[in-house]
Write a protein that binds this ligand. Structure first.
Ligand code: NAD
Ligand code: UDP
Length: 311
């Protein structure tokens, strides 16, 4: 049994990760400042002997003894990370420095939840890990994109300079139960709008693409990466390679919810990437990982969750 720290553990992905680790009888410490996290996501774990919750902001140092760290703390939705952009950069950069410092002191293995956003609005398609990206350093998404890029830099320098055991995963759009209804990301927006009979808000002409991974698949990949051999540090893409336009996504959500909501077209946010699709050859080869859940099946699960939650 290991002592495992999950930062951002009360968030969407973090809470699913905590569930899986507790199921494996690991000893889990969840640290979260509840900026976008929700106690409801982890309430069922409180009282479990394998689970401990601490309110903590990763921009401040943390002194605990652990064997492994999953560093997920950071708002992920553009609406949330643009709300306080300076704090977003601090969370990625100061947060990484603090968690890497902790890992160095206690000799823990540490995994960084990086993102497909490090590729920016990609000129290479699908995105492979050796692509350096096309990122605006001064735009409204930069606090997140550049913060995450700098965090990757810090991880690799701690690895080269201090021989720290690092793991870096680049997560592509992931969805599923426990996203917040007001999260602002496209899957939760469309489902909530469809269930409420409100207009479906398509930004731009809806032809921009994303590739959506169901949360259970993503957590499998993250756990496999953490358990992989010491010399495989990444970065490795984790995502579902099936690519859809936002118009196709809206059509699927309308069909699954049997909603009569109308589509409305709204201005495209600044620097919104045109297309995004992971190459997952590296994850297949190194981790023997492939996502299994098709978009329609994952959407059905997510719709069922939101139906219950909105009721
Ligand atoms: P989320 O917003 O649901 O979760 C983030 C969690 O971090 C929340 O619980 C929030 O309260 C916490 N947090 C934020 N700032 C903090 C701070 N300074 N100190 C402590 N806790 C803090 O988002 P998510 O979708 O669960 O994303 C989790 C991680 O995965 C993030 O690092 C995100 O960048 C990364 N990621 C997610 C996706 C995705 O599609 N879900 C894609 C790429 C990367
Ligand atoms: N999007 C949209 N309507 C919404 C929310 C988002 O059309 O109500 C679009 C957005 O412009 C982007 C895509 O959906 O092209 C994915 O947006 P999201 O915020 O989920 O993630 P990201 O842009 O970070 O991949």
């Amino acid at each position: 049994m290991s002592q495992i720290l999950v930062t951002g553990g009360a968030g969407f992905l973090g809470s699913h990760l905590c569930d899986r680790l507790v199921e494996q009888q690991q000893d889990v410490v969840c640290a979260d400042n509840f900026f976008t996290g929700d106690k409801a996501n982890i309430r069922h774990l409180i009282g479990n002997n394998n689970f401990e919750l601490i309110r903590h902001d990763v921009t401040f140092p943390l002194y605990i003894e652990v064997d492994r760290i999953f560093n997920l703390a950071c708002p992920a939705s553009p609406v949330h990370y643009q709300h306080d952009p300076v704090q977003t950069t601090k969370t990625s950069v100061h947060g990484a420095i603090n968690m890497l410092g902790l890992a160095k002191r206690v000799k823990a293995r540490i995994l960084q939840a990086s993102t497909s956003e490090v590729y920016g609005d990609p000129a290479v398609h699908p995105q492979t890990e050796d692509y350096w990206g096309h990122v605006n350093p001064i735009g409204v998404r930069s606090c997140y994109d550049e913060g995450k890029r700098c965090a990757e830099t810090l991880f690799f320098d701690y690895w080269r300079q201090h021989a720290l055991e690092i793991k870096v995963v680049r997560i592509f759009n992931t969805y599923g139960p426990r996203m917040q209804p007001h999260d602002g990301r496209v899957v939760s927006n469309f489902i909530v709008q469809a269930l409420r009979g409100e207009p479906i808000t398509l930004y731009g002409d809806g032809t921009q693409t994303r590739s959506f991974c169901y949360v259970d698949d993503l957590i499998d990949g993250m756990l496999k990466m953490m358990d992989s051999s010491r010399d495989f540090v990444g970065p490795v893409n984790l995502g579902n390679p099936f690519e859809f336009s936002m118009l196709e996504l809206a059509t699927k959500v309308l069909a699954i919810t049997q909603s009569k909501s109308k589509l409305v077209f709204m201005p495209l946010p600044q620097d919104d990437p045109r297309q995004r699709q992971p190459s997952i050859d590296l994850a297949k080869a190194q981790l023997n990982w492939t996502p299994k859940v098709m978009l329609d099946d994952g959407l059905r699960e997510t719709v069922a969750y939101f139906r219950q939650r909105l009721a």
